[in-house]
Ligand binder design. Sequence first.
Ligand code: DAK
Length: 258
Amino acid sequence: MGLLLYEEKGHVGILTINRPEALNALNSALIDALSVKLDEISATTIRCLIVTGTGEKSFVAGADISEMKDMNPEEAEAFSAAGNVAMEKVERLHMPVIAAVNGFALGGGLELALACDIRLCSENAMFGLPEVGLGIPPGYGGVQRLARIIGIAKAKELAFTTDRIKAPEALALGLVSAVYPLGELMDAAMQMADKIASNSPMGVWAAKVVANSSVGLPLTKTAGLEVPLFGECFNTNDQKQAMTAFLEKRKPEPFMGK
Ligand code: DAK
């Protein structure tokens, strides 16, 4: 079995980090494989991607500590650069990405979940940034992305203390959108993914681009970001037939992404 598993169900892709012997910790082979796989996924026509981890205990327990331990500064930089590239690829995929967090999401694992668009988790999920307890800072954009989602004070607190939070607190903080019993998590993620996939791909893509390009910037800088994307949608049959269907008081035809 490879370090990554991938399957497609209808318009939805499911990418599983598969290194259960190390609680799916990210070593450089896994990060390289992830980067290649994300390029392949970006060339597909799937409309939503779910990212999860193998097993019932861990989403991703962070970057691989046994591999990092003896790295020299140059190797550490290369490891960190490769990881950052992979996280950015996740964030920039043209389709929404749902993290189905099925256990530990620590360090680089939390950072991977944060690079996804939406997070759902199981009741046994646990989130944290243990890096400063290992002599390093969170490095895959974790503090920056976490601060944008839960606020800078709480993000700093979690990064500085290394405290772990459980699913209910993650829900209260808005870090995850919903919590499910472990056995129901993938069905719930699939249900949400199918719902997203049933909408117009161009509309969903445009909404993702606007959200990602505007976050953290003042409205004075981003007002009107939607204008060209909005215009582009009017080149699609999806827009024409969906608006016609509304006016004819019927359901739209399935969206074709054209
Ligand atoms: N790395 C390597 N192996 C890991 C691992 C990890 N992060 N997490 C778990 N494992 C391995 C354990 O060593 C153990 O292996 P064996 O002993 O069986 O060979 C196996 O997985 C099962 O783990 P445990 O026996 O420890 O299982 P427990 O249920 O007792 O504990 C745990 C689960 C998740 C609480 C515990 O394993 C744990 O604390 N793991 C480490 C979590 C952690 O500290 N993660 C953060 C890693 S640091 C940067 C970029 C990225 C990063 C930093 C900078 N730059 C760009 C600057 C990211 C850093 C990190 O993610």
